[in-house]
Design a protein around this ligand. Sequence first.
Ligand code: SUG
Length: 441
Amino acid sequence: MSFIEAQIDRVVGPTHHFGGLGVGNVASKMHAGQASNPQAAAFQGLDKMRLVAGLGVPQLILPPQPRPDFHLLTAFGYRGTPAEILQNVLDDDPSVLSAAASCSAMWTANAATVTPSCDSDQGTLMMTVANLSASLHRSIEATVTRKELGRLFNTGVEVRDALPGGASMRDEGAANHMRLSSPDGQFGVNVFVHGDGQPEPHLHWPRQTLATGKAIARGHGLKENDVFHLKQHPDAIDAGAFHNDVVAMSHQDLLIHHESAFAPESRSEMSRLQSRFQEVVERPLRVLSIASDELTLEDAINTYFFNSQVISTSNSGKTSWSILCPVQVQRHTGANQLIQRLCAEDVFDAVHFVDLGQSMDGGGGPACLRLRVPISKHKLVRLAESAFWTETLDSDLRDIISDRYPRKLQLADLADAEICQQALETQRLLSERLGHTANQL
Ligand code: SUG
């Protein structure tokens, strides 16, 4: 059986703003408090989905999650009318208002960890929803994500609850997981990346733990021999690589990473990975380690080179690999030379530069905005039609966004009950158009 890699992106919500909330996230901190453009953010996301779908990859779309999250605010003891609640939170602690209104669920690479049915001893496509317990604004995503994925993959897929355990089981989903496989996806191994354990970073709290990777591997019924745990280099975390996908990318038999992505203690696990991959997949794993001389860690993080989205498509027996790089890569001499070199060496057949400025300013590039789901063709066709990208869906979503999304938003605007009411109503319209109704969530 062969597997197709479907992509799930989410429409950026109408309350998208720059709260500066991302733990260890340089871009998020740098843009904190600046005015955002939610309408442009949503269009930029849809432009990427159009490109991916146009290249022939199944593209699924989720609606924004409802924000502001009044459940959070009432749970924190705020009472009164929506206007009173919003104003009180803003006066008390603006970061809580920012968290309640955050559209960070747009970064679906953090929604869940996904492994295909062929990897599991249960023969089932497995997903564990990420608890995102390292930060308040992200921890509120899991409940709705669980329902959405459960609804989308309603049969023959096990969607597992977010891991309990709080800080010791910090989990940020697929951004810290790489599945390396044969081209048809049938044979593969799973790599989990964590940041905790000695030596720890000095500046930032690692967002993923080793215990989490082990728990997910057990829960998914993965073969112990085919599971690998790599530790992030503490210097990479301190430089702003708060997720592995900021310094490493992978697709099928290809792993490209910055030379400082992984801690030296992971060398033996990396060798075990390479030899086991050869045994399981019967071809060598292509590992490209990018030296700092070619792209410094700082430039890798500023351009989000490693957060480019790799996709491959087959047409009449010919496979073509495309890479979607942020425009920041094109604008940076060293990063641009690097991608041109990889194309000249036939690692990629085509490069597309995508402008995701609004997401990038919150620290999310092309690969952060998608969740990969390796799924068999027969299971894919059974998914709800309403979730798949089509020209008509794209056009309907754009109409709602262009009529109803603000073009300028700052945190203080989110204390305005009318703006928030309109945002919740817009979220409801988008959800309905995407086949999610309020009582299903
Ligand atoms: O968790 N940014 C997100 C970016 C997530 C990127 N995802 C991947 N690398 N896969 C984060 O730090 C910023 C929110 C703000 O600044 O308001 C934020 O949450």
